[in-house]
Design a protein around this ligand. Structure first.
Ligand code: HEM
Length: 73
């Protein structure tokens, strides 16, 4: 239970999958295989990095609450 939400394993798998996809996007963008014009390029790279940090924390918190529910009681 995390903020009143019962965590299903699929949430952990889905957020992990999304994180993996974002990582691939960052790598492609960082190596400029995917490009954006001008300042937008760094802005997108930076915004994606912050989203990955936020999603990583959610992913970790969900995994902890699923595998170690006693930590959250
Ligand atoms: C092989 C993969 C990657 C390459 C080649 C790459 C390349 C770059 C380059 C060239 C910069 C600009 C550095 C500068 O001149 O200031 C940069 C900045 C940055 N990258 Fe990446 N990147 C990669 C993956 C990632 C990933 C996976 C993340 C985070 C999840 C990330 C987050 C950032 C951040 C936060 C910055 C700093 C942005 C800023 O200056 O405000 N990068 N990256």
């Amino acid at each position: 239970m995390l903020f009143g939400l019962q965590i299903q394993p699929i949430y952990i798998v889905a957020s992990g999958g999304l994180l993996g996809a974002l990582l691939v996007f960052q790598i492609l963008q960082g190596t400029r295989k995917i490009k954006f014009k001008g300042r937008t390029h760094m802005r997108v790279h930076k915004a994606t990095a912050w989203s990955m940090l936020a999603l990583g924390l959610v992913h970790g918190a969900m995994a902890l609450s699923y595998f170690y529910p006693q930590l959250f009681l």
